[in-house]
Design a protein around this ligand. Structure first.
Ligand code: 8DG
Ligand code: MG
Ligand code: MG
Length: 153
């Protein structure tokens, strides 16, 4: 077994919010993740991010930029991913569709402060609104200053 590469996408709207969806049916079920998926052979990070976002939400994205990368070892599920985080802008007023309902309960717009609050609540184990997908937890742990990069998109 070798590590795989996953791409997670911050699809940011005109209010600075981005999409999160509750995972269903695969590893991390019940946790909230960014749109995203596996990097295919020969694909750039940008193409992968745009493709996965389109497949999962129907949304187009522009100004895609590389944000950061984290290492995620899912010990209980015997999986290991390198996650590439990308960020870009979606058009004002654009609304996501839940195009893979077998994999996701639905998409919500979430602010940075809400994401951070969810992560804090999870750390303290105090009644979590949204339990975050491991790569997002690792993002806070491994790249505490990524917020600054996100705000420059
Ligand atoms: P695909 O068959 O469409 O390529 O994949 P998918 O069904 O959309 O896979 P996924 O589980 O959504 O994403 C693929 C893997 O990418 C996932 O198993 C773990 C990894 N991954 C991360 N970080 C993130 C993230 O923030 N969001 C998503 N969706 N996947 C991520 O490591
Ligand atoms: Mg996918
Ligand atoms: Mg996916």
């Amino acid at each position: 077994m070798e590590p795989k590469v996953g791409v997670g996408v911050f699809a940011i709207n005109s209010e600075g919010k981005f999409l999160l969806g509750e995972r269903k049916g695969s590893h991390g079920a019940g946790t909230w993740a960014l749109p995203g998926g596996h990097l295919e052979f020969g694909e750039s990070f940008e193409i992968c991010a745009a493709r996965e976002l389109l497949e999962e939400t129907g949304l187009q994205i522009h100004n895609l930029q590389f944000l950061t990368a984290v290492n995620s070892v899912f010990e209980s599920e015997n999986k290991h991913y390198i996650t590439i985080f990308m960020a870009g802008m979606v058009d004002a007023g654009a609304q996501p569709q839940n195009l893979e309902p077998e994999k996701c309960f639905g998409w919500e717009w979430v602010s940075w402060d809400e994401l951070r609050a969810d992560n804090e609540a999870q750390r303290r184990d105090s009644g979590v609104a949204r339990k975050l997908f491991l790569p997002l937890v690792e993002l806070f742990r491994q790249r505490p200053t990524f917020r600054d990069q996100l705000s420059q998109v």
